[in-house]
Design a protein around this ligand. Structure first.
Ligand code: GLN
Length: 314
């Protein structure tokens, strides 16, 4: 089924046509994707798309919609075509150097917030491999007294992360650093979060083309067994215990089958891992870590927040 979008076609008719073409192409969510692309190409809000659906596409609209649909049919994900995607209810601009934010990663934000449940806490936090800055921005948004650093190896990603933090009103509490994991940092931080690359290299070829061909490899590739980033982060922390403040904790996104392996790496580095926390699809997605021994000899009391998070996010 080929694309046939003429300027005289009404928006409603164009949408129906697009849904049919997307269905025939086997896309998983033809209706939703057609709506997103039409709204973007015609610069209409979802409600205007409905209320003014009888109006014709027009010359520019027909061209823009055909271009967006052609890109989608060639395998580009909707988020890349829009150049922006929503996470934690906030808009995030994307670049080739950033992952498309995943709903699964909201589980990481929830778990991290659960570790420090007081909204007014003056947290210092760092997001390792910040990408679009979505995790950092969501956390700063929920903890208005917090200060955070977004760290990434990619300067291009950092530029986008900075713009996203600014656009979402937290730019004055965020700083951005180019570096590899912990090496560029001076602490101490209360909270260290990361959604590091964790796909085992041999598995990458089996991922959906939307991910394999359009997400940055550096944000996916976790080395031969998928665990290299966790090793680097945990080894770095055992060398630099000063990076974690008293009572400090980590929240890490993990692959659905990596809970045990990451807990073992954590143990070897002197950390105790929580039981894995599940994402919306009920797959293990996050672990939180605390030093097994109190840092600097300070007594440490368990926090109610950690176990509440686990119960609340499954
Ligand atoms: N969850 C992502 C995926 O399924 C992977 C992101 C990552 O490696 N951090 O593609």
């Amino acid at each position: 089924m080929s694309l046939d979008l003429t300027p005289a076609l009404s928006r409603d008719a164009a949408l129906r046509h697009l849904v049919g073409v997307f269905e025939a192409a086997g896309l998983a969510n033809p209706r939703g994707e057609a709506r997103f692309l039409a709204g973007h190409a015609l610069a209409l809000s979802p409600s205007d798309l409905i209320l003014r659906g009888g109006e014709p596409l027009g010359e520019a609209g027909a061209r823009a919609l055909a271009e967006a649909a052609t890109r989608r049919l060639a395998g580009e994900p909707v988020a890349r075509i829009l150049g922006e995607w929503e996470f934690w209810g906030l808009p995030f601009r994307l670049a080739p150097e950033t992952l498309v934010p995943r709903p699964d990663t909201e589980t990481l934000v929830e778990a991290a917030l659960g570790l420090f449940p007081g909204r007014e806490t003056a947290l210092r936090l760092v997001d390792l491999g910040t990408g679009s800055g979505c995790i950092l921005t969501a956390l700063l948004h929920e903890r208005p007294k917090a200060l955070g650093i977004g760290l990434d190896r990619s300067f291009a990603a950092l530029r986008v992360a900075r713009d996203n933090a600014r656009a979402n009103g937290v730019g004055d509490r965020a700083a951005f650093l180019c570096g590899s994991w912990l090496e560029a940092l001076a602490g101490p931080f209360h909270l260290i979060v990361a959604n590091p690359p964790y796909i085992a290299a041999p598995v990458i070829a089996t991922l959906a083309p939307e991910v394999r061909l359009h997400d940055p490899l550096a944000a996916l590739d976790g080395g031969a067994d998928g665990l290299e980033a966790y090793r680097a982060i945990l080894a770095g922390l055992s060398r630099r215990p000063d990076l974690l403040a008293r009572g400090g904790a980590l929240a890490l996104e993990i692959g659905y089958d990596q809970g045990e392996a990451v807990a073992e790496l954590a143990r070897q580095a002197g950390f105790a891992a929580s039981a894995p926390i599940q994402d919306l699809a009920d797959r293990d997605r996050v672990v939180t870590l605390r030093p097994s021994l109190p840092i600097r000899g300070e007594p440490r009391t368990p926090r109610a927040g950690a176990s509440q998070t686990r119960a609340g996010s499954a």
